[in-house]
Design a protein around this ligand. Structure first.
Ligand code: FE2
Length: 258
């Protein structure tokens, strides 16, 4: 797939709430990126929108000329009070995305409380919105799968032991060329991100299984996408990336002028 960045825009969003439930004094941003790509359908990629998730989805619904043409992929943390804030349910954001876009696929991040409600959501074509632990073939998108949570031995929300995480992912990716892999956790891809954050084993597994696109969140890298062998890694923490054949020039004006 070709992948050419057409335009980028930084918008200010509501800062995270502190423990005393007052907004933090520092600014919080989300980056909007339009990418020209030879995709078979227009696709939105995002994660870690936290307390702003529902509001941003609703704004997109008003901003996009044909929101019902877009497929929406989320790599998690669409809940909670802020970047490092408390946990919450992503149900409202996911339901809003389902009402706004053609179809929705998501995994849950470490701030998303497990929700049997949103895990039960289905798209109009019958496919499951929650992709963790499932391998599905979707029209115009290909094979999609994912895994919730992050690798950690801590007894906290959405943490998984490394061996369990990797064996589950190995099972999901074996024998099928996955077009879209959604994880909240981070592969170690120093040559793209210029950072030592992430898991080497996750990256090795993804490259070895020839996953075509690996969408991940959890930490916002400034160098956020690139290819290693056949895999394009895309970091979408605090980003909303619009993939379409012809970029629409959506954000030449302020998103908040809607
Ligand atoms: Fe996270």
């Amino acid at each position: 797939m070709s992948f050419e960045i057409h335009s980028e825009k930084k918008i200010e969003v509501q800062p995270p709430f502190q423990k005393d439930m007052r907004p933090a004094k520092h600014k919080a941003n989300v980056f909007l990126v339009e990418v020209q790509a030879n995709v078979p359908c227009p696709i939105i990629l995002c994660s870690d929108l936290h307390t702003n998730a529902k509001d941003l989805i609703e704004r997109l619904g008003r901003k996009l000329p044909e929101p019902k043409e877009w497929t929406f992929l989320s790599a998690g943390d669409m809940s909670g009070t802020g970047i490092l804030g408390g946990n919450g349910y992503s149900e409202e954001a996911i339901r809003s995305a389902l009402e706004t876009f053609r179809r929705v696929y998501f995994v849950e991040g470490n701030h998303d409380l497990e929700s049997s409600y949103s895990r039960g959501f289905r798209n109009e074509d019958g496919s499951h919105c929650h992709v963790s632990g499932r391998v599905q073939e979707v029209e115009n998108l290909g094979w999609i799968t994912g895994i919730d949570g992050v690798i950690s031995s801590k007894k906290k929300n959405q943490r998984r032991r490394k061996s369990d995480y990797l064996s589950t992912l190995g099972r999901l990716t074996k024998g099928t060329t996955i077009d879209w892999l959604l994880t909240h956790d981070i592969p170690l891809i120093e040559e793209i991100t210029d950072s030592a954050i992430g898991h080497r084993e996750l990256r090795d597994l993804v490259v070895e299984e020839k996953v075509q696109h690996h969408l991940f969140g959890h930490h916002c890298f400034s160098w956020w996408q690139g290819k290693i062998e056949e895999t394009r890694f895309i970091n979408v923490d605090s980003r909303i990336v619009f993939l379409s054949q012809e970029p629409l020039g959506l954000f030449s004006d302020s998103m908040y002028d809607i």
